[in-house]
Design a protein around this ligand. Structure first.
Ligand SMILES: CC(=O)N[C@H]1NC[C@H](CO)[C@H](O)[C@@H]1O
Length: 501
């Protein structure tokens, strides 16, 4: 860009000066300070960002290598122990100085990752074609710990390389959770070695529209190196039609006129085999996914099939809950939560689980998604003492003509009636791109830069909320993502300063 490199999301505290330093982008290096911890995650990031900076599209002309205003090395200081896995508690703060004594200082590798991304965004091309950066002092840390992006690989399969491309784009936006809505009613692409029929019968194609353990491990590793958690969602008891294809007897048989009508409904909550199945499947998932959390779903459970089934009616009578299907759903979710807790997961659930009165473990995270006065739900869930993530205003699959990023940008998560304690229970949010109408052909332009608006809402201070001030910055950020190979769609009539076709 030919204007001072603006950083997106906006850092917490920036003190910039018009004084410029030339950046030796051809041979830029990051080096540990003598007393720094040396960590694999940082080693790998140094390589990525050295490459990114060298390819920044700036045709830097010759400059005097020896003048004091050239920076060709950024020293890095990691003061805390090396960590291998990102987590909800990870520290992502950093201090970055660009000047006569450049330094990136962080207590963890995750802060180094965020500082490297910021530094890479500060380099711009001055009118003479030099790669420069302003003398700047940045103190940065995220407002929220959970800054997620949901991708849905069940309504349409997403090839692993497309997932990786969007993990890369997430890192450019400081997102730190990939919420992998991996299976749903339409298809079951997850390859379970315990229950292979699930993908053999439930995937769109068991040959090539599946995620093998090796592919899942690749996604987790790629995300790990970028400080991104991978939280899988196995949504039950609803949204499970494809599960029944590979696991006969799992789903409820629906009846008409006292006879099975050929339809199936949610998982049958009245038979032990359902819970044995869940335990075995989630135990396998526990061994594969490294994050403390699994997402158990629990959204949109229809009761009509359960109501039609005489065996369920009998069971409910025997358990003194005749007619109370919310109670039946609660019995199911309660058992799944107990099973999941016992195998070592903590969990996230959609809001209906709490709306239906389930007593969840107090470390449960509740995801608010129904966009009908979500501020009322935020007040209710936080009043119950649950940590909460907000998704409702950020359903990116809902399209409108024009600049809907402004709507996403302007939504303030703590705008609900509640005490300071309740607001402190809001640990972040997620941008969700559901897959009914999204596949490899349109996912990235539909995600970016619209999701970037959510990224700043979740990273930057609450006071950074002026849409007019954000507009030129987001335009510049969009061009930067395009220049880095992410086909991010345009915001408004304009152009990027490089010819990118
Ligand atoms: C929690 C949730 O959002 N559940 C469903 N709601 C509608 C979405 C599309 O807008 C998806 O179909 C999603 O599976």
């Amino acid at each position: 860009e030919t204007s001072p490199g603006s950083v997106w999301p906006q850092p917490h505290t920036v003190t910039a000066s018009p004084q410029l330093y030339t950046i030796d982008i051809q041979a830029f290096r990051f080096e540990y300070l003598q007393t720094s911890q040396r960590c694999h995650v940082a080693d790998e990031a140094f390589k990525r960002y050295q490459l990114l900076i060298s390819r920044s599209g700036i045709k830097a002309k010759f400059h005097d290598k020896y003048s004091t205003s050239v920076i060709s090395v950024l020293p890095v200081m990691i003061t805390g122990p090396c960590e291998d896995m990102p987590s909800l508690d990870m520290k992502e703060g950093y201090i970055l100085d660009v000047g006569s004594n450049p330094l990136l200082n962080a207590s963890s590798v995750w802060g180094v990752l965020r500082g490297l991304e910021t530094f890479s965004q500060m380099i711009w091309e001055d009118p003479s074609g030099q790669a420069v950066a302003n003398k700047t002092h940045i103190i940065d840390e995220p407002r929220y710990a959970h800054r997620g992006l949901l991708l849905d690989t069940a309504r349409h399969f997403l090839p692993v390389n497309v997932i990786l491309e969007n993990l890369e784009a997430m890192a450019y936006n400081k997102f730190n959770v990939f919420h992998w809505h991996i299976v749903d009613a339409q298809s079951f692409p997850y390859v379970s070695t315990v229950y292979p029929n699930l993908h053999l019968k439930g995937s769109y194609s068991s040959l090539n529209l599946v995620y093998t353990p090796e592919m899942i491990a690749q996604v987790i590793e790629f995300a790990r190196l970028r400080g991104i958690r991978v939280v899988p969602e196995f949504d039950t008891p609803g949204h499970t039609y494809s599960w029944g294809l590979g696991q006969p007897g799992l789903l409820t048989t629906c009846y008409t006129g006292g006879k099975p009508n050929g339809d199936v409904g949610p998982i049958n909550p009245t038979v032990n085999s359902s819970y044995t199945f869940i335990k075995n499947l989630f135990t396998e998932v526990r061994g594969q996914f490294k994050d403390k959390y699994i997402h158990l779903g629990g959204d949109e459970v229809p009761f009509d099939c359960w109501k039609s089934n005489p065996n369920i009616t009998t069971w409910m009578a025997a358990h003194n809950m005749s007619g109370d299907y919310a109670k039946l759903e609660q019995v199911y979710i309660q058992q799944v939560i107990d099973i999941t807790g016992a195998i070592g997961f903590s969990y996230i659930v959609w809001q209906e689980v709490i709306d239906n009165g389930v007593k969840a473990k107090d470390d449960t995270v509740v995801e608010v998604w129904i966009n009908n006065h979500p501020e009322v739900e935020m007040a209710k869930v936080t009043a119950l003492g649950y940590r909460t993530i907000l998704a409702a205003p950020w359903y990116l699959e809902e399209l409108t003509v024009g600049e809907d990023w402004k709507k996403y940008y302007s939504y303030e998560p703590t705008n609900f009636n509640g005490t300071a304690q309740q607001k402190a229970l809001v640990i972040g949010g997620e941008a969700c791109l559901w897959g009914e109408y999204v596949d490899a052909t349109n996912i990235s332009p539909r995600l970016w830069p619209r999701a970037s608006a959510v990224a700043e809402r979740l990273w930057s201070p609450e006071t950074v909320n002026d849409v007019d001030a954000a507009t030129p910055r987001l335009h510049q950020h969009r061009c930067r993502m395009v220049q880095r190979g992410i086909p991010a769609e345009p915001l408004h009539p304009s152009y990027c300063v490089f010819d990118w076709m």
